[in-house]
Design a binder for this molecule. Sequence first.
Ligand code: PEP
Ligand code: MN
Length: 338
Amino acid sequence: MIIVMKQSSTPQDVEEVVGILKSRGLGANLSTGSQATIIGVLGDKAKLGGFDFELLDSVEKCVPIMHSYKLASREMCPDGRLVQAGGEVVGGKKLLMIAGPCAVENEEQIMKAAVGVKEAGATFLRGGAYKPRTSPYSFQGMEEEGLRLMRRAADATGLKVVSEVVAHDLIETAAKYCDMFQIGARNMQNFRLLREVGRSGVPVLLKRGISSTIEEWLDAAEYIMSEGNYNVVLCERGIRTFETATRNTLDVSAVPVVKERSSLPVIVDPSHAAGKSRYVLPLSLAAVAAGADGLIVEVHPNPAEALSDAAQQLTPQAYAALFQKVGAVAAAVGRSME
Ligand code: PEP
Ligand code: MN
């Protein structure tokens, strides 16, 4: 439930409502929006024991939230949440531009990738150190050494680091190197992992599960937020459909749907959706035109030699061209690249 305060309400009125909630063992999420102050009620509403907030002079109305996710809902924060990650603000005018290789492979590779994506204009370096591979015989990643190399490349070029954590017992180690954790598509419903990244307080990039509905995806975000970590960015990366021409089907419509139902920013990963590098540019343009808050793109200094996802990675030159073209679409829809 949310409690919408009257425009004439004072900070003391808000405090009174929060106090009543606390005294009944409930939490409160405050959102001071452009229209009104909204107090989100956190916890089991039954604890109110029938208390009617609408009887208070300062309260405009109480509105139930009909979804299972509450903190992630649009109702709870109608103006949208601005997420803080590595000194960047996500969900405002500026697009979050993340780029880098599928996996960290060696020092030279990650350094070249970092230099290339930084020159193009990206602010975050991506790269997997713990790789969730379909086959146990495929390259599994460099683990902590990969994170160390990526941090070094990012620091040398002035980039921030986002990397996937695949298990809760890796969080402490990964937190030493990452500005943001990625939760991969295969782990979107690993609820223990979601809770633990929530507790870590590190900003989270939450990929949509391979066959997950938008509701399930937002429930997954709620797991993280319910632990007090509101710095969650959603990432549409394509879903599994009957179509085989692309690796996955990019659900562009998820962008406006998420914007309507959730207060969280949503970015798009055109690389894992396309599976082929030549489709990455058109999907990127479509994503930004549809209202995405940024892009995460795979970029490798020598894609043909990549140890994973070779077919979908862009060269740094191709990424620089993409960055320019995305800039034109961004300007057309009122967004900016810097
Ligand atoms: C990745 O971004 O490295 C990745 C494995 O993506 P996804 O979890 O979306 O498949
Ligand atoms: Mn990949």
